[in-house]
Design a protein around this ligand. Sequence first.
Ligand SMILES: [Zn+2]
Length: 224
Amino acid sequence: MLFISFLFGASLASFIASYSFRLVNNYPLTIPQRSYCDNCHSILRWWHLIPIVSFIVLRGQCHYCKQKISLYLPVIELLSGITFAIFFIYEPVHDLIIISFLSSLIFLTYTDFFNHIIYSYSLLGLVPIALLSVPQNYFYNLIFACILAVSLLLFATVTKTLGIGDIEFLFVICLVWGWYQTLLIIQWSSLIMLFAFLFTKKRQLPFIPALAFTTIPCLFIQGC
Ligand SMILES: [Zn+2]
């Protein structure tokens, strides 16, 4: 069952990545139904679609046109697979909420990483996790989330470093988890961004992938 959970998590990540790609590029979502190469648009065979394994077998490039496949894909598939496998050991009953939460995180990460777009509706998938948190006072969470959102908006206006999507994400996280976890996520993801900046020297880096990455350990802290 552990392996099936891993495979499910990895396949889900792979599906969300291909859905997000079509959505952000305004390609039809259902035509063609089979997955295809982003570059040469050749329909992929079944053995090109096995999460992680295909990337290794194909040596990180398209079978037909040799276009490089982003390392992001197998990394997200692996992380998603591991997270699902771990959660299966802990609380299989809560899987649906976890699936919704992780699917949203993967989707948000993908659209921000590749196209700097955040679809606000995808944040809704994060909300049900509130049901699994340790009992909290959601009224105080809401007040702090509002204070945080206003402060971040001011910060974003002055420094031009944050996008509205980043602020919306933190608002929702604060609403479901409270101020402590949110500040922890901001602190760790800012550190990741600092390293990413030193490494790439790019000023325009997507923040959501770092936020999502630091959100996952918080799932365990919350004891979901
Ligand atoms: Zn190709």
